[in-house]
Design a protein around this ligand. Structure first.
Ligand code: TNX
Length: 526
């Protein structure tokens, strides 16, 4: 008797208990309440003004997880589930309140409501239609939480790109870096230069198996190609925007441009002929930095890109540029003389500076790979660090902002197990980035407090040399994308063992949505 009274008193004084709902990435706080909210066919959903798109996504993404539909309500009165905006919350911040009679999803903007919805999907995957009463308060640590998809090495049709974007949304990522051009294919329609897609998007054949130094290469003799029309690009940009994901296009220059050089050989130093590459690696042929026609071409291309992509940031590549061709090119040498450039690295800085200034005049900023640090660099440039994380400290000390995607943690094309030949499909297997390793990334490591704001965020990179289809992509990135998402969303409170106790819920959702994922780690293989 005394015990019961004690318990009663305790629960009256402490009506809420902290708990660990299986949400990934980890929310700021989860408080468990008493009771359950049951979603039934009579449940009515009301969305406040400005949240029509979120209400539609509720019907499209939540309802299929149930065995039945729910009703829409035009009025707040009588509604059981309410989507609303709350000006006291930040843009991406949300509050998900579940009480026995009412469920409220509040966000600082529609984006916050959208993230509440993503958490709700995980609760339904765990509990079905009877969800325990609780309150989740959450917001991300980092502004930039991205994933890159390389569509040059292999091409992914519109529906598959949307599936990739769906995955980003599920993990509360907010940037889709779309690697659209490379040596193995130019993948975006540019009206002014039709040969970019007629010629540049097609290759004669493709290397078979994993490329190894010194090993003879075999090819499949099957022509390969594909590109996105501008209408398709618009469709993808708006599909992503509805999910609060900004698409950042990458047009790689001055290297990784064989798709363009094959189409318009006057873009290269030697004038060609060039061929769209059929194997992987780094090409010595670059855009010629001496001829004015190169810059005119790039500006024309970028004009069409700017009309398609509203993102403030445009990625211009800048990685892996051997300078042998520029050394031998009379036009490049003349440019170096007239511009008083000491060497080819300075010539690359000149190249990038011109494009950056052109974009800046049009209200845009550039992102470039960390090789750009080798020369002079404006602090307006955001560096995407892909080699050693130490490049991030250097960039920050030179005043630049950085996005972290170092290959040792963020390359989701590298193998996931220590014995890839035994366990994995063909992949980059000289390096090993298991789930635990992705999780280990510490974005603020070795930074002074005042330098932290220069770290915009983190990104997982999906290079697709060995990923011929979306099923392969899914298998390579899941569940590692979840670890990356937690680093970006909750880096200040992450803990691997805690993450692993929450992962089963996300895995249940992957299964319901029929995503392929690598389950090695859950079978004790790493
Ligand atoms: C390096 S990261 C590359 C890509 C490759 C990738 C393979 C970067 C800027 N360049 O071209 O696809 O490694 O992991």
């Amino acid at each position: 008797m005394l015990k019961t009274v004690g318990l009663l008193l305790f629960s009256m004084w402490f009506p809420s208990v902290w708990c660990e709902a299986g949400i990934v990435p980890k929310p700021l706080s989860v408080i468990e309440r008493r009771g359950t909210f049951r979603i039934t066919p009579h449940t009515r959903l009301y969305a406040a003004e400005g949240l029509e798109s979120e209400a539609r996504l509720f019907m499209a993404d939540i309802v299929p997880l149930l065995d039945h539909g729910i009703a829409r309500s035009e009025q707040l009165r009588g509604a059981d589930i309410v989507l609303r905006l709350d000006s006291a919350l930040e843009a991406e911040e949300y509050l998900l309140q579940i009480a026995p009679g009412r469920m409220t999803l509040s966000g600082g903007t529609p984006c916050g409501v959208f993230y509440a919805l993503q958490s709700l999907r995980q609760l339904i995957a765990e509990h079905g239609a009877s969800i325990p009463a609780l309150e989740i308060h959450d917001k991300p640590d980092m502004v930039y939480r991205g994933a890159m998809l390389d569509v040059s090495r292999h091409f992914f049709p519109v529906e598959e790109v949307k599936r990739f974007i769906d995955l980003l949304a599920l993990h509360k990522l907010n940037r889709f870096h779309w690697h659209l051009t490379d040596d193995q294919g130019w993948r975006i329609e540019i009206r002014r230069y039709p040969r970019l897609t007629e010629i540049g998007s097609q290759r004669r054949e493709t290397l078979v198996g994993v490329m190894r130094e010194g090993k003879t290469m075999r090819f499949d003799h099957i022509p390969y190609g594909g590109y996105y029309t501008q209408d398709e690009v618009r469709e993808i940009v708006s599909y992503a925007a509805a999910r609060h994901i900004e698409v950042i296009p990458e047009i790689d220059m001055p290297g990784h441009g064989m798709g363009a050089l094959a189409a318009y050989p006057w873009l290269g130093c030697t004038g060609g002929p060039y061929e769209v590459w059929t194997r992987w690696g780094v090409s010595e042929d670059l855009y010629c930095a001496g001829r004015e026609t190169t810059f005119t071409f790039i500006e024309h291309v970028l004009s069409e890109i700017l009309a398609l992509f509203p993102s403030r940031q445009i990625h211009i590549g800048g990685d892996e540029c051997p300078v042998t061709r520029w050394q031998d090119c009379p036009q490049c040498r003349r440019r170096m003389q007239t511009e008083r450039l000491a060497d080819e690295t300075a010539l690359r800085s000149y190249f990038v500076r011109r494009i950056q200034q052109w974009l800046q005049a049009r209200g845009r900023e550039i992102i470039g790979w960390d090789e750009l640090l080798e020369g002079e660099l404006s602090s307006e440039v955001t560096l995407m660090v892909w080699r050693d994380p130490a490049h991030a400290y250097e960039a920050i000390r030179r005043g630049c902002r950085v996005i972290l995607s170092p290959k040792q943690y963020c390359y989701l094309d590298y193998s996931q197990t220590a014995d890839p030949v035994r366990y994995e499909p063909p992949c980059h297997d000289t390096r090993y980035v298991p789930l635990r390793q992705v999780y280990r990334l510490e974005p603020f490591d070795r930074l002074r407090p005042e330098e932290r704001s220069q770290v915009l965020g983190v990104q997982g990179n999906v290079w697709t040399e060995y990923m011929p289809g979306m099923e392969c992509v899914e298998f390579m990135i899941l569940p590692r994308l979840a670890a990356l998402a937690e680093v970006g969303w909750a880096c200040e409170r992450k803990c691997y063992s805690d993450f692993m106790t929450r992962m089963p819920v996300l895995i249940a959702l992957y299964e319901k949505l029929e995503y392929r994922y690598a389950d090695y780690v859950f079978r004790g293989i790493e």
